[in-house]
Design a protein around this ligand. Structure first.
Ligand code: UDP
Ligand code: MG
Length: 317
């Protein structure tokens, strides 16, 4: 029998866990021929998520968990899940019930047809936040322009991955992670399906504006060196324009003489170039920072405690 691990990163999700496990049970009991494991990754929760997981792992045959030593962020929590999943396929799912487990059956159907990465795309909601939507759309258009890999904008982490994809993702060990880009980068046969996002079951989103901004910058700097190169072009054009302007000024002075000290233009030019230099320094800093973090070669996470069930244990439910 084929095994499927459902990977669930959880950060302060105590309120949703019972309901989530119930829904997963409901769905997976109706899919015969597969052995399901729910692998929770407690990402340094400060509520009683861990206690609940420990209790569930004792009483529920399908529940396994990893307890990370602190909050490492969702991207890293997912990597930990991939590292410890030993089944033929994994499904990554949010703990807050925004990803309806009901479409798992459809995912498996396509997996059996030979697709290695079946990803779920969120259907558009009518009451969606217009501003957020606009920014996210523009952002992905921009990322797509400057990176060579295919980015799938509305596809998130909700997906089924074949063992081959899991092994590939395990090899991408950078610490500043951007999984959305990685799924595209590794390749393999992809299939898109769609789902309706549900409202969060309990608690609040863990991604505020600054978290999203960090992720957005990661998305660009992980996959593209265009922001680094861009400054050579801008520098070249700025110099060219300054040179033409200078030639024009000299010519004008020779022909007609000059009666102004010219300090406003000087000031403008200095400020303009100063600004560009600061921005380009910032861009260098962004990349240098990444190089710095990656050269330390630290492990992506640490595990305090784990309870991973063997296939036998799961089978004996
Ligand atoms: N999450 C995590 N670590 C974090 C932040 C979030 O493991 O540092 C988990 C969270 O518990 C949830 C999933 O990532 O299962 C998605 O988080 P959330 O629902 O807050 O994000 P949103 O749906 O608002 O994008
Ligand atoms: Mg959510």
């Amino acid at each position: 029998m084929k095994g499927i691990t459902i990977i669930i990163p959880a950060y302060n999700e105590a309120e949703s866990l019972d309901k989530l496990v119930d829904r997963l049970d409901e769905v997976t009991h109706n899919i015969s021929g597969y052995m399901f494991t729910y692998l929770f990754i407690n990402d340094g929760s400060t509520d009683n998520t861990l206690e609940l997981l420990q209790e569930k792992a004792e009483n529920h045959p399908r529940v396994s968990y990893l307890d990370l030593s602190r909050n490492f962020g969702k991207e890293t929590a997912m990597l930990a899940g991939l590292d410890y999943a030993s089944d033929e396929a994994v499904i990554i799912l949010d703990a807050d019930l925004q990803h309806p487990p009901e479409i798992i059956e459809e995912m498996i159907k396509y997996w059996e047809q030979g697709y290695e990465d079946v990803y779920a795309v969120r259907e558009k909601k009518e009451d969606e936040d217009g501003v957020k939507n606009f920014f996210s759309k523009t952002y992905y258009k921009f990322v797509q322009k400057i990176t060579s890999e295919q980015v799938y904008p509305s596809a998130g982490d909700f997906r089924l991955l074949d063992r081959k994809c899991v092994m590939a993702l395990r090899e991408l060990r950078e610490n500043e992670r951007y999984m959305k880009g990685m799924y595209g980068w590794i390749g393999f046969h992809k299939k898109e399906i769609s789902y309706k996002e549900e409202p969060r079951f309990a608690g609040e989103t863990k991604f505020d504006f600054s978290e999203l901004f960090k992720l957005a910058i990661n998305g660009i700097t992980s996959y593209s060196t265009v922001p680094l190169r861009m400054w050579s072009y801008i520098g070249f054009f700025t110099s060219l324009i300054s040179f033409l302007f200078l030639a024009y000024e000299i010519g004008k002075t020779i022909l007609f003489g000059s009666n102004s000290a010219g300090y406003p233009t000087l000031l403008a030019a200095i400020l303009f170039l100063g600004g560009i230099q600061l921005i380009s320094l910032g861009v260098m800093g962004e990349y240098l920072g990444r190089v710095f973090i990656e050269t330390k070669g630290r492990p992506a996470y640490f595990i305090r405690e784990k309870h991973i069930k063997t296939k036998k244990e799961v089978h004996h439910e």
